[in-house]
Design a protein around this ligand. Structure first.
Ligand code: 13P
Ligand code: SF4
Length: 333
């Protein structure tokens, strides 16, 4: 049997669903394969703890894009969601980029479909288009400059005052940036299903219980959550705030995966995840979890490394256009 051909033909329905020998030490195997194949494993703070702990680098969207831009590895394994791996591929068209589960999407990126966005852009031809990194390659190809939550304010401020701006796709981050920069931007009506679900009532109840707690929130959260926050920032900003603040207790309004790194870097602080409106008994805590980020597992990472599948690909013409606004962002960051 031709092994290469058999591997090429492996059925990938989003991810490899092959049996794994129960006798293998999966972390040992991941370490062997990553070394043998010169792989860099990049993980977002929302990944499960065991994935964060084996990654070469854990970071926010901007730091992960920066790592992807400068890596010397032959293969990038992205433990995150599709738009992140796609960004890495756009920056490295000649490298293999693996996403352990292609179904790890993003509700925010999904909220801006290409055709609708293209028509919207055509209606406003004299606008500068700023897109959040949580978008598909197609949207980035229609964008003038990309941003993430950690550099969005700087990017908006870099645009000449006489220029009109479209900001897509997150209406919450967009509204927050209008307040921060005073720029009158046209907002796309998209949102993150995870950050939109925090309960104001439950957060205020917690604040009553722990009056000394600082409320900290990701700017993808709704305005009524941001209005009561003591600090607003990207995942890395929230992490830094917890480490550096003299406060002992924090109520954290973002995806609960970030608590793992917070506990590691600030072990003496009390960290309370902000509760969502709807509680889900399947979750380990009354906290917000991104179902897309949580699709990745150590088992899927092992199989992806072993078979070098599933691979993220981007049409060459789209990638050539999409790399321009990403590079602009990296130069400004
Ligand atoms: P940052 O890590 O850039 O803050 O983004 C959060 C997020 O929602 C990633 O999907
Ligand atoms: Fe997308 Fe929200 Fe999940 Fe981040 S937390 S990947 S914005 S759905």
């Amino acid at each position: 049997m031709n092994l290469d051909k058999a591997i090429q033909e492996l059925p990938v329905k989003g991810y490899l669903d092959l049996p794994i020998d129960k006798n293998i030490d999966i972390i040992k195997e991941i370490n062997r394969l990553r070394k043998e194949k010169n792989v860099v494993i990049l993980a977002h703070y929302y990944q499960v703890p065991e994935i964060q702990d084996i990654a070469d680098f854990v970071g926010d969207s901007l730091a992960l894009a920066q790592q992807a831009a400068k890596t010397k590895a032959d293969i990038i394994l992205f433990a995150g969601v599709h738009f992140m791996a796609e960004t890495a591929k756009i920056l490295n068209p000649d490298k293999k980029v693996l996403l352990p589960d292609l179904l790890a999407g993003c509700s925010l990126a999904e909220s801006a479909p290409k055709d609708k966005f293209e028509a919207f852009k055509k209606q406003h031809p004299d606008y500068v288009v700023v897109s959040y990194v949580n978008t598909s390659a197609d949207i980035k190809a229609l964008t003038d400059i990309v941003c993430t939550s950690s550099n969005a304010e700087k990017i908006i401020n870099s645009i000449p005052k006489d220029k009109k701006i479209i900001f897509a796709p997150d209406r919450n981050l967009g509204a927050y940036l209008i307040k921060k920069t005073g720029r009158d931007m046209l907002l796309w009506d998209g949102a993150c299903e995870v950050h939109e679900e925090f309960s104001l009532e439950k957060i205020l109840e917690l604040k009553k219980q722990y009056p000394q707690a600082k409320i900290i929130a990701h700017p993808e959260s709704r305005d009524y959550i941001l209005d009561i926050a003591d600090y607003i920032g990207s995942t890395s900003g929230l992490l830094k705030f917890v480490q550096e603040s003299p406060s002992e207790i924090f109520i954290i309004a973002t995806e609960s995966g970030i608590l793992h790194k917070m506990k590691q870097l600030a072990p003496d602080k009390t960290l309370i995840p902000a509760p969502p409106i709807e509680e889900n008994n399947e979750r380990a805590c009354a906290c917000a979890e991104c179902p897309y980020m949580k699709r990745n597992t150590l088992e899927k990472i092992y199989l992806a490394l072993k078979y070098e599948k599933p691979e993220v690909t981007v049409d060459a013409k789209i990638a050539k256009k999409a790399v321009v606004p990403i590079q602009r962002m990296l130069e400004l960051s």
